[in-house]
Write a protein that binds this ligand. Structure first.
Ligand code: SF4
Ligand code: SF4
Ligand code: SF4
Length: 205
């Protein structure tokens, strides 16, 4: 986890609230999307665990009020993720296409992006409050995209001979993964919290 990770959630508020008055802030969303698509090719979902402003929001603020209910496993299946991806991306592309035909195209595109940020934030914070903080990350279209682009890259490795089955790593995992049987799990967000927490240095990237 990068040192800036605990603070970058502020960007969510700057874009969501500031975007109402300054549409140019919506373009931060475009920068985020381009960055995560680039990093995904080399490191899978690394962006989610280190640079995503919303991921930081869930881990460092939503976690304080979350009910911590288990996330239903069906949410992380492709049966749910693909429809969520198609609907959200389709809706965004439709709105961007509509904005292209207007007079103030630059501002209108910014407004579309900022409003997507607000909508996703409201939905994901509600999910994170009712379920576990990162519940949204099970179905997030950008998480799914990173998984598809580089899910097999930069995998966590475990030295089974060092492991004492204390399960500390699994308690620390924000994605609720079975770290001891991690294998090549494409939904590991490479946050490194399990690596730091392991008392036996059994985990590494
Ligand atoms: S899954 Fe989506 S919201 Fe969650 S950390 Fe990744 S990009 Fe951000
Ligand atoms: S924290 Fe380390 S020793 Fe404990 S279960 Fe996880 S990998 Fe094994
Ligand atoms: S398995 Fe480890 S690195 Fe991967 S998401 Fe869980 S805590 Fe982070």
């Amino acid at each position: 986890m990068l040192k800036i990770t605990p603070y970058i959630w502020l960007i969510v508020f700057i874009v969501s609230i500031g975007g109402l008055w300054f549409p140019i802030l919506g373009y931060v969303m475009a920068v985020v999307m381009l960055t995560l698509m680039t990093t995904a090719v080399f490191r899978g979902r690394w962006f989610c665990g280190n640079l995503c402003p919303r991921g930081s929001l869930y881990d460092f603020t939503v976690s304080k009020m979350s009910q911590n209910r288990n996330v239903p496993s069906i949410l992380s299946s492709y049966r749910v993720r693909i429809p969520v991806f198609v609907v959200t991306m389709g809706f965004m592309i439709y709105r961007l296409t509509t904005a292209l035909g207007t007079q103030n195209t630059f501002d209108n595109i910014g407004t579309v992006l900022a409003s997507m940020c607000v909508t996703m934030t409201i939905i994901s914070v509600s999910m994170g409050t009712y379920l576990k903080p990162r519940a949204w990350c099970a179905i997030c279209p950008m998480g799914t995209l990173q998984r598809v682009l580089g899910g097999s890259k930069y995998q966590l490795k475990m030295a089974h001979d060092k492991c004492i089955d204390c399960k500390i790593c699994e308690k620390k995992c924000p994605m609720d993964l079975e770290v001891r049987d991690i294998g090549n799990n494409p939904d590991c967000i490479k946050c490194g919290r399990c690596v730091v927490a392991c008392p036996k240095d059994a985990l590494e990237f």
